[in-house]
Design a protein around this ligand. Sequence first.
Ligand code: ZN
Length: 480
Amino acid sequence: MTLEHSRAARLAARASGRNESELERRLSDTSVTVSVDPNLPGGLDAARILVETLRRQPLQLHLDEAGLPEQWVAETGMACAAIDDSRPLVVGRANGLAVHIGVEERASLRVIPDGYGARLRRTGGLRQSRAANGLGAMFTAALAAAELFKDAAEVLPTRQVRQQRLDFCPVTLSGDLESAPELASTTLEVGLVGVGAVGTATARILGTLPLTGRVLLIDPEQYALENLGTYSLGTRIDAETGRSKVALATDALENFNAVPFAGRVEDALGLIDSGQLPWPRVVLSGLDSVAARHATQSLWPDELIDAASGDTALGIHEARDGGACMMCFFPLRADGASALTRLVDATHLTPAQLADGDRLLAEEDLDDLDEEHRELLRPHIGIAVCGLAKAIDLTVGGDDRYLPSVPFVSQQAASLGVGRLVARLLGVEALPNLVQYDALLGPQTLTALNVPPVAACHSVTNREVIDAVRQTRRRLAAPA
Ligand SMILES: [Zn+2]
């Protein structure tokens, strides 16, 4: 067992409720065949991400080459070998699990990218309403990988929803894949803070959208072997040579003028205020500590979208002028509230109802709740209550225990983050500033809230100072 797969197995074991060696064996014994209709717009892009994502797990991976361009098959094989040359991509079909990216019934699980989102079917008709873009391709690959993982790992039925039919758009946060308009070519002054499991997926999506301008990349770390199993970018050679993570993101963002800063966001602040680094007006972050989120808020951009994943949960927090900021979303926990206390707060269930994690949430549990909390919990009936914390506790990223995720979780977090950016560029208003769900339950169970600023919000009480800082940065950023 290689180092990076052992790490992936540990993460996957927690997600599936099985022990690590048993799960490792299950995954290693599972064959997955991917097929794709090359004429489906966006199909090959989704297939490429899916195959690479699956190669980061210890599965036996097969590619059905029927109908595919020879060169594409060769390039995809090379991309897999660069990630893990001990488990080559096998060309041809195998018995076992199968997924088809296309509308034809070539596998029991079918997915297609559609616009910014994805459609998934196990039975019934499937139709693409419009050409897909890079966000749709990433989201489709992530949903497919999640379904394959549930089967390969035999995730306990009480911890998952096995999707039969799902349509979801990460821009509109609904099953409506047709209403978000096409994105016109747009120039941005953007920042990407944190190039980890989420950040690499974010970079990969941004690199495919019709966006241009300048991107400031901030991350102090170098790519390492343990990142191979959890990131959406990077090869074994990148790990062995210790490439900086900002260099990896730079490669994925050819459409931008990239300014890589291989340091901490705390250290970038001074350089921005002295005009040595550009001031990003829009920031996408993917971070693993509360302190780093607070420092990122101190960039004081117009718009900050923080995407996070932890274990199998994922979500976004969006900070805009006048709304809740990162200090509101992620308070330093002086009160030491326990996970159970927070869950009682969030759900209004009693500690007794939540005490036994294996107990399934029942219709009767909702009897004493108000309508709002009934709505919140209804999608979770029949699912073990231990999953509620991940789905509803709203603290993904809010504690500093490092709980990295399998890639399909981080990819869905990144999809929500970029989806929100797209929504704002399209002028979509009235969106919740907090969105969260558990990747094993699916986006149809998402929790969406409008969180107001806390009473003593840092960004409200320090309004004048922040305005002065923003004024200075705006002046520095003005063309000479
Ligand atoms: Zn605040």
